[in-house]
Design a protein around this ligand. Structure first.
Ligand code: PLP
Length: 379
């Protein structure tokens, strides 16, 4: 039996404090007791999203809030723009297609940075574009997209929204919604928020709420306006994920105790330690130009199968890291450093990768990657 560690970009480990709260007997959702928790969580979510707007909560994985950000904002005949440089950009395109929205795509080579000029040109060529859908952190490739620049470009346009999937970004690096003028910010529970899967969130700017007023696409469960009305009374339209919301109150309290600035600094340091240790081991980064502080995608030496490294660290050490998806399968492995993954956990992960590399015939001096990580962490 091996002790198990999750170093995957979702789900991530759940802190004991939250797990214990969630182990308490279930309470009813139409009670003053639960409503008091919802009231606190509403305030805490505004703090996390750095917004004065209400943050809508759904009982679903992150994709639910993504779908809601299509079905509640657009209308039939609308055009949308998608930044497509990985699995999750593809997901935006698939959702838009499911709702028969005509979509213009900006393809970005996997692992490569986005040139904002291309978005500017597309908007100039198609001024009828009603929304731009993008990831803040494209988890499948480990890249970070320039949200601040996109918001500066799209924010002033009355008729276009910037919709940001921040599922592995919010609570990892700065994305101040109101200050940057992001129109829609989406996240989920099982990444930086340290909870089990099952909650998704979306906050809308006043401009986005105007779109929601006019939207005519079909929808039922995922209904922003209905949830907003209920949330304002500390209620949910349907049975909420009571247990997860109780856990949410606990993890957000933990985050508030540490403070956003400190969390961002710690995540940036862990990301840097991971990147530098991998480079020291002779590996390279899949997204070197603009790496995300949530997850590092590591390119393995040619001729080596990333799947073998992943299997080795799992079978020999009980450590779960993620593989690449689709075109990146076998070429990369991904280590997460967000949420309740802290510095000592990463050292364990890096040590296991060193052992795997050595066993698989890649020349490494054991301890070199860990040593490099320690140097970065010590600063
Ligand atoms: C995890 C993730 C999602 C949501 O996936 P679910 O499986 O629905 O929770 C969406 N976008 C990104 C960037 C993610 O990392």
């Amino acid at each position: 039996m091996a002790k198990q560690y999750l170093l995957t970009p979702g789900p991530t480990p759940v802190p004991e404090r939250a797990a214990l709260k969630m182990a308490e007997p279930i309470i009813h959702h139409r009670t003053p007791e639960f409503e008091a928790i919802v009231a606190k969580v509403r305030e805490q979510l505004r703090w996390l999203f750095q917004t004065k707007e209400e943050v809508i909560i759904f009982a679903s994985s992150g994709t639910g809030a993504m779908e809601a950000s299509v079905s509640n904002l657009l209308s039939s005949g609308d055009k949308a723009l998608v930044i497509k440089g990985g699995k999750f950009g593809e997901r935006w395109a698939e959702i838009l297609k499911a709702y028969k929205i005509e979509t213009i795509e900006i393809p970005v080579e996997w692992g490569k940075a986005l040139d904002v000029k291309k978005v500017e040109e597309a908007l100039a060529a198609h001024p009828e574009i009603r929304a731009v859908y993008v990831q803040a952190s494209e988890t499948s490739t480990g890249i970070k997209y320039p949200i601040r620049e996109l918001a500066a470009l799209i924010g002033p346009r009355e008729n276009t929204l910037l919709v940001v999937d921040a599922i592995t970004a919010l609570g990892v690096f700065p994305l101040p919604m109101d200050e940057w003028k992001i129109d829609v910010l989406v996240t989920g529970s099982q990444k930086a928020l340290m909870l089990p899967p099952g909650l998704s969130f979306a906050a809308l700017s006043q401009k986005a709420w105007k779109f929601a007023e006019k939207s005519n696409l079909p929808r039922y469960y995922f209904n922003f306006k209905k949830e907003l009305k209920n949330l304002q009374k500390n209620q949910n339209a349907f049975t909420p994920a009571v247990t997860l919301i109780i856990g949410l109150h606990e993890v957000l309290s933990m985050m508030q105790e540490e403070g956003l600035e400190k969390i961002f600094e710690r995540n940036a340091r862990m990301a840097r330690a991971t990147r530098e240790s991998m480079l020291t081991l002779g590996l390279s980064l899949f997204a070197p130009d603009s790496p995300s502080d949530a997850v590092t995608a590591v390119l393995v030496p040619s001729g080596m199968d990333a799947g073998k490294i992943i299997k080795h660290v799992w079978e020999k050490q009980g450590i779960k890291i993620a593989d690449g998806q689709d075109q990146a399968k076998g070429k990369i492995f991904r280590i997460a450093h967000m949420g309740y993954i802290h510095e000592p956990d990463l050292l364990i992960g890096i040590a296991a990768i060193e052992m795997a590399l050595k066993d698989l015939g890649h020349p490494v001096e054991l301890g070199k990657g860990v040593g490099k990580a320690l140097e970065v962490m010590k600063k």
